[in-house]
Design a protein around this ligand. Structure first.
Ligand code: TXD
Length: 314
């Protein structure tokens, strides 16, 4: 019996945190890959040396050779540029499409059986490129955004009411842009609809903060974007896959008719288990929420179309 192998493609802020979390949670051996020589090797050595203190025995290595991800069971992709203040996620498109293409070709070649979680922005376009280039089944290519966006919604509702975040359930649907859709009608606090506990105008403000939460952190950090919470979110998805937990998590999944969408990656609740994305869950939405979702999907469509020229280019 061997340990699962997790490959972190990109060893920057999120990649390093992913590796740390995977080791602390005993998910398996970790390979950190990056194009900047020294960065993945340095982080891997540092993590390895925390093993005796944390009590993990897993192997950790850092590399600039993509072939070293060979046989990975899970690949989590953060390779690419992050946002700087004043930039939208979409501003990253041309550079990150090229990076994603190269990475996807490498994953296809070296880790053909992997479950692939894409994190790089603009997320909806990047996960589409990954699916297209690898040709993996849709069950094995998924994007991380909804777990994080929903966690942000839960955080702000819990802060507002002074209750445990564990008592708040919420989902955010749609693309990972500023038009994402926090679903008010499905947000509950201890089973009670949030609309009974917080006034509509205050909920408007909270949901607006959710939509802009990534930018809020970019503006504070100035030199990068959120990394702890995106890493936690992707690790939760990897755990559900590796342990066949069948958790229902909001993720960017390829829709083929669900929610009236065909052929696009959109954030929706899915079941993740040993089979990867095993099921798309369709939830009831209010007319306003459905309309907002349509708007968000329209933006995803534009973004994917804009990325086409970079995918077919060099
Ligand atoms: O929820 C979400 N989906 C996100 C996404 C939340 C926050 C940030 N999100 C995006 O993740 C962000 O906009 C970026 O596109 C990615 C990665 O963010 P991170 O904060 O980790 O960026 P870093 O620290 O700049 O790390 C990116 C690394 C860096 O070390 C580069 O050298 C490397 O990517 N890089 C590559 N690695 C491998 N292969 C190639 N080709 C490559 N090019 C750059």
């Amino acid at each position: 019996m061997s340990r699962p192998k997790l490959a972190m493609i990109g060893a920057g802020a999120i990649g390093g945190t992913l590796a740390h979390l995977a080791l602390l949670k005993r998910l398996g051996d970790v390979v950190l890959y990056d194009v900047v020589d020294g960065l993945p090797q340095g982080k891997a050595l540092d993590l390895l040396e925390s093993g005796p203190i944390e009590g993990f025995d897993a192997q950790v290595s850092g590399t600039t050779n993509l072939a070293d991800i060979a046989g990975a069971d899970v690949c989590i992709v953060t390779a690419g540029l992050p946002r700087r203040p004043g930039m939208s996620r979409d501003d990253l498109l041309s550079t990150n499409v090229k990076i994603m293409k190269g990475v996807a070709e490498g994953i296809k070649q070296h880790a053909p059986k992997a479950f692939v979680v894409v994190i790089t922005n603009p997320l909806d376009a990047m996960v589409t490129v990954m699916k297209r280039i690898t040709g993996f089944p849709k069950q094995r290519v998924v994007g991380q955004a909804g777990v994080l966006d929903s966690a942000r919604y839960r955080t702000f509702v819990a802060m507002e009411l002074g209750v445990s975040v564990q008592s708040v359930s919420a989902i955010v649907l749609g693309g990972h842009g500023d038009d994402m859709v926090p679903v008010r009608s499905l947000c509950h606090v201890g089973g009670v609809p949030v609309e009974r506990l917080i006034k509509p105008d205050r909920l408007d403000q909270i949901e607006s903060r959710v939509r802009n939460a990534g930018g809020e952190i970019v503006n504070l950090l100035k030199t990068g974007s959120a990394f702890y919470s995106p890493a936690s979110a992707a690790i939760r998805m990897a755990e559900s896959y590796l342990f066949d937990k069948k958790e229902i998590l909001p993720c960017a999944a390829l829709l083929e008719g669900e929610y009236g969408v065909k052929g696009f990656y959109v954030g929706v609740p899915v079941q993740i288990g040993g089979g990867g994305v095993e099921k798309v869950i369709e939830v009831d939405l209010s007319p306003a929420e459905r309309k907002a979702l349509e708007g968000s999907v329209a933006h995803v469509r534009e973004l994917v179309e804009a990325s086409e020229k970079f995918v077919s280019g060099s």
